[in-house]
Design a protein around this ligand. Sequence first.
Ligand code: ATP
Ligand code: MG
Length: 293
Amino acid sequence: MSTTNSVVASGSVSGAPWGSDAHLQVVPPPPSLGALGAMVEPLHESAKMSAVGLRASFGAREILKGISIPLYEKHVTAIIGPSGCGKSTFIRCLNRMHEVVSGATSVGQVHLDGQDIFSMDPVRLRRRVGMVFQKPNPFPTMSIRDNVLAGLRLNGLKVAEPDALVERALRQVALWDEVKDGIHRSGLSLSGGQQQRLCIARTLAMEPEVILMDEPCSALDPIATARVEELIHELKKDYTIVIVTHNMQQAARVADYTAFFYMGELIEHDRTDVIFTRPAQQRTEDYITGRFG
Ligand SMILES: Nc1ncnc2c1ncn2[C@@H]1O[C@H](COP(=O)(O)OP(=O)(O)OP(=O)(O)O)[C@@H](O)[C@H]1O
Ligand SMILES: [Mg+2]
């Protein structure tokens, strides 16, 4: 494991020019996040997180080739692109899970509230930037209740009022009414969709600020998917969300912004409606219309 944090983009963070790469779209911030004048000022001032010139490799193989992108606060950003283009690698860099893999390295900058994540304690960072995985992964030997508390306990954190916290987290994911009479049952006794909401509750119990979701609905049926999508819509009032998805309709439904990745590069990043109705790049159009991928 090694991580190098040299500055790839020239100049300081505040000088990071979002529009300097020809293929990078300059994305106006949402109206609530500042005036369009922010195109002159660095846009990531209004971003909860931002990557600047982020490169990531497995051994000698470079997977991410200099990704610069703002992730706007209390908005949903979808990451789309063909299999193998680096979507999971990208979001795993955002909470430093990438570097946990043997031989994996990253170079460049990632900021959370303007602070370099590579100078933070990774355990604390992962509490602030939580992750939900593709396959629901409740701890099989734990009850529903203990699954909600698992992240906190694994981090050695004392919970003053565990029952209140469990109820709050399960209410947040709209699971409380379905499980309140069987809170001590195994997490595995739940349906796939319920298990995924339980895993989201486990992430929320950590009180994160950013939630990374890697294809959170790919193992779910359409009804369970719709519930998770509704939940994402609710959660963005309080959290900054980044979701990887292969489902174009899902990106169009849940995301405020969409980023199209291709072979380790960010081809285009813009408001979701722009990406899906009038993308600037031919490769984006080819992908969203199913011409490749
Ligand atoms: N642990 C690893 N060791 C070596 N190479 C890896 C590892 N994980 C991923 N890769 C490689 O990195 C590249 C990007 O993988 P990544 O999982 O980020 O793609 P993805 O866009 O998420 O794809 P998918 O849509 O299939 O999930 C792929 O070529 C993959 O083979
Ligand atoms: Mg992936």
